[in-house]
Design a protein around this ligand. Structure first.
Ligand SMILES: Cc1cc2nc3c(=O)[nH]c(=O)nc-3n(C[C@H](O)[C@H](O)[C@H](O)COP(=O)(O)O)c2cc1C
Length: 237
């Protein structure tokens, strides 16, 4: 009788061990699976995961502000030569670079709400500018300039210029405070950013042109932008 009882005890003990180990195994496998799914989703969301640290922008140039204002003209013919990273850094900094410790930027922004997101389109792909840390992240590979030219009513210089800076705005960031009037502010801010790029380009010895003639939706599709990223103005250099 005692032997029988001890046998049952062993079976129960054995079963408990099996149940606990199965539970632990399933739990660990689920965790690994969930981690993999989350990791994959993050990679999909951030595209190529290629982040470029831009060189430190210079705050002294060769030309006076007055000379840059006087010399600015819209240029529609360009050298094929790519801009280097120093030039790209300087242009993006002039548009949206962070210029003080509070996080305020080179261009003014209504309520300091910073609704603009900048993209550059060049021969090797499209990139998003990240003002925090002054970085670029690659979002698409390949030369999108021809497609962009088509979206810009066939304006040839979009395809020929080495770089297009696409200034987009997210209305909600500003309308949350200013209501409908915020929409106006977003486009005004795109103009401020564009003018800074234009003046900076003169000071770097580069030609540039603002381009406002394009189909918003087509530009969004080419750059794979979400619907609330509204293309406002290009600066083509
Ligand atoms: C908001 C805005 C949008 C513009 N869009 C275009 C455009 O789509 N295509 C173009 O060739 N020029 C465009 N321009 C450039 C103007 O044609 C140019 O500024 C004007 O002819 C004056 O010449 P300037 O810039 O050399 O002084 C645009 C300018 C502004 C301010």
């Amino acid at each position: 009788m005692k032997k029988q009882y001890s046998f049952e005890k062993s079976v129960i003990f054995f079963l408990i061990i099996i149940i606990v180990s199965t539970f632990v195994f399933v739990n660990i496998s689920c965790d690994i699976f969930i981690e993999k799914v989350v990791e994959k989703k993050e990679i999909e969301n951030t595209g190529f995961e290629e982040i470029i640290d831009l060189p430190e922008p210079k705050i002294k140039g060769e030309m006076s502000l007055e000379e840059a204002i006087k010399d600015r003209r819209s240029i529609r013919s360009f050298d094929e030569k790519d801009l280097n990273l120093e030039q790209i850094s300087q242009l993006l900094w002039a548009a949206q670079g962070i210029t003080d410790e509070r996080g305020h930027r080179a261009s003014p922004s209504a309520g300091a709400l910073y609704p603009l997101e900048l993209y550059i389109v060049k021969k090797d792909g499209a990139y998003h500018y990240i003002p925090e840390g002054h970085k670029l992240e690659m979002i698409l590979k390949g030369d999108l300039r021809k497609k962009l030219k088509d979206a810009c009513l066939g304006q040839q210089w979009i395809e020929e210029a080495p770089i297009n800076i696409v200034i987009t705005g997210i209305y909600e960031r500003t309308t949350v405070k200013y209501g409908e009037r915020g929409i106006r502010y977003v486009h005004l801010e795109a103009g401020h950013a564009c003018q800074n790029i234009l003046l900076q380009s003169i000071s770097l010895g580069l030609g540039a042109i603002p381009v406002g003639g394009f189909h918003d939706r087509e530009v969004q599709e080419i750059l794979n932008l979400e619907e609330n990223y509204i293309p406002s103005l290009f600066t083509t250099l």
